[in-house]
Design a protein. Structure first.
Length: 84
């Protein structure tokens, strides 16, 4: 069981999507890890835009990934919009 960073409800790992920091790019960004195999600390969310919005408002993604300052989540938002 994992906890969604947006709505804070517990759910099975298969019902959530994992996000990690991609440090291999020129600038570090937050990316979706749909297979949950990328290295590093991860944050879990339901694949729903309302959970993403809540997590972003609460800064739960940055806090869960332990990154400061906040990293852009443009790629994550694009993934959520195309998969919902």
């Amino acid at each position: 069981m994992r906890t969604c960073a947006g709505c804070r409800r517990k759910a099975h790992r298969s019902d959530l999507v994992r996000m990690v920091v991609d440090r291999h790019a020129a600038t570090a960004t937050v990316v979706v890890d749909p297979r949950a195999v990328l290295p590093g600390r991860g944050v879990w969310l339901h694949p729903q835009t309302d959970c993403l919005d809540r997590a972003e408002t609460r800064r739960a993604i940055q806090r869960g990934l332990r990154v400061t300052p906040s990293l852009p989540i443009d790629q994550v938002r694009a993934w959520f919009e195309s998969h919902v």
